[in-house]
Design a protein around this ligand. Sequence first.
Ligand code: NAP
Length: 291
Amino acid sequence: MSADIIDGKAFAAGLRGRVGEAAGAFAKAAGRPAGLAVVLVGEDPASAVYVRSKGKATVAAGMASFEHRLPADTDQATLEALVDQLNADPAVDGILVQLPLPRHLDADAVLLRIDPDKDVDGFHPVNAGRLASGLPGFVPCTPLGCLMLLRDRLGDLSGKEAVVIGRSNIVGKPMAALLTADSATVTLAHSRTRDLPSHVGRADIVVAAVGRPNFVRGEWLKPGATVIDVGINRVEGGLVGDVDFASAVEVAGAITPVPGGVGPMTIAVLLRNTLVAAHRRAGVPLDDATL
Ligand code: NAP
């Protein structure tokens, strides 16, 4: 039997629509649009594409987009001075510094400099701590998008067995924290995990964020499992995920495709986080459960 395909593209379009409506209401209530500032250092072509599409999506959602492009040889002090300026700018609700930064720059120091209440990427340690402590803050966009897809598919996640493969600060760890907060029983696997297939084999939910093409095999899965493939790997012939789609689709109950699964969720959640930041900063109430 073939798994249901989880249409992240359609879900993301719906989320963007809801954010757009709420952004219009915010602009009326606050007398200004919500604003997202994106900082790009250097000319990495993939980063330039991401920044352009983030800017376009921000404007399409009725928010203000502030793009700052700095040359590749920008020094640490100049970049940090820009972050300080954006922290102080009342028109800016969210700040995103596009990673990776050129190697001579200290990305951790730059991320630490961002006001945690404008950290819509959720990478600041204060926001990681808030997530771990169950306090309101900002959650990294990709794992929050995965959680939205899982809730949409499965409803209540309470008591489900979940295996997250990968423990990065931007995907795996926050994903495990979100699933734990939703009362799933979570195993966080990584490169030192012994007998990964046995862990995956008891999971109702598998989230793969490994960065290895077609790594998770269909034979490992529990029949009917819900599989979220975060991986984006460029191989000859196009993009593939971290899950071997051809074998997994025969065993899983539902699976995200690559492309068209998790990928489109990331920008939609970034817009959502920016709108939430704007409401909090302006003191305008928002029921974020409606987004
Ligand atoms: P990362 O920082 O490289 O982390 C990869 C994780 O996978 C590490 O925790 C690593 O374990 C683990 N791992 C590596 N080999 C393994 C193995 N053989 N068995 C089990 N675990 C293994 O990657 P990331 O930034 O989290 O990204 C993961 C993937 O998601 C990449 O393909 C990336 O392109 C994609 N991604 C997509 C989006 C999106 O918008 N859709 C956003 C972000 C990332 P150790 O910690 O032990 O080294």
